[in-house]
Design a protein around this ligand. Structure first.
Ligand SMILES: C[S@@+](CC[C@H](N)C(=O)[O-])C[C@H]1O[C@@H](n2cnc3c(N)ncnc32)[C@H](O)[C@@H]1O
Length: 256
């Protein structure tokens, strides 16, 4: 966990320049929120794993009467919040929030839950939400980075040792059900980013801080294995470049 946090700390200053896919996902999630929360929403909204505040920067101007809380366990991400953002920054783990029970009207999290135990994240979200409070989450599912997984397998390596192990939609749904949160809508989409070369593709992962795995140290690839991996990956090249796929799950749910 600490290594993951440090990795996000190191990426904080490059995050917005590299995180095009992350911004697209955040924009879709905030678009959903804008259709579900009325224009005169004056409650408390918490962004769990807020990063540089990309979601909140879109929501704060829309809801002038609301109160916003920005939570991230990487303190340097919080340093990147826009200076004029009307939000309280809290440096904390979203699995264990320093927030009183039943005080939050709306909970959002964009691309942070895949770094956590979804059961703990869901349980903590429901603890802080008021009854009938809304939950909006985007997270990654298994199938994310499938091209890298195949490439690693082709080199005789175990993808689980090198790539973030994401959960299935069914696991997220059962985590929400166990936390007594009713799912109102759920959609999964495959999004693909395209890269000029393998170095640029790797940079799209490292530049947003997503290069350390929870629970174990990522083995270093030898020069020989890296060359093999690059060669295997070149087989996937199209006129758009080298693909990297993300399976994105978007959920709107409500605490019972
Ligand atoms: C991919 S970034 C997404 C940032 C932001 N939500 C966005 O959409 O641009 C993931 C963020 O989640 C944070 N994060 C990951 N696990 C966390 C945890 N357990 N508690 C709090 N923050 C966490 C990271 O520090 C990072 O800032």
């Amino acid at each position: 966990m600490n290594q993951v946090r440090q990795s996000f700390n190191r990426a904080a200053s490059s995050y917005d320049a590299v995180g095009t896919l992350q911004h697209q996902v955040a924009t879709s999630l905030t678009a959903l929120i804008k259709t579900k929360l009325s224009a005169n929403f004056d409650g408390r909204l918490l962004d769990a794993g807020c990063g540089t505040g990309y979601c909140l920067a879109q929501l704060v101007p829309i809801y002038p009467a609301a109160e916003f809380i920005a939570v991230d366990f990487a303190e340097r991400m919080l340093d990147q919040l826009p200076v004029d953002l009307k939000a309280l920054g809290i440096n904390a783990n979203l699995e264990n929030l320093p927030v009183c029970t039943g005080k939050i009207d709306a909970y959002l999290s964009s691309l942070a839950w895949q770094w956590c135990d979804p059961a703990l994240a869901a349980k903590e979200a429901t603890r802080i939400l008021k009854p009938q409070g809304d939950l909006f989450v985007s997270t990654l599912l298994s199938g994310t980075f499938q091209e890298l997984a195949h490439g690693l397998q082709a080199c005789g390596l175990n993808p689980d040792q090198h790539l973030l192990r994401c959960t299935s939609s069914a696991q997220i749904q059962s985590a929400l059900a166990a936390a007594d949160i009713e799912i109102l809508s759920l959609a999964s989409t495959q999004m693909t980013t395209w890269h000029e070369n393998f170095k640029a593709l790797r940079h799209s992962i490292r530049g947003v801080g997503a290069n350390h795995l929870p629970n174990h140290t990522t083995p270093v690839l030898t020069r020989q294995t890296l060359t093999q991996l690059v060669e295997a990956y070149e087989g996937l090249r199209t006129s758009r470049g080298l693909p990297l796929s993300y399976e994105v799950l978007t959920i709107h749910a409500r605490k019972r």
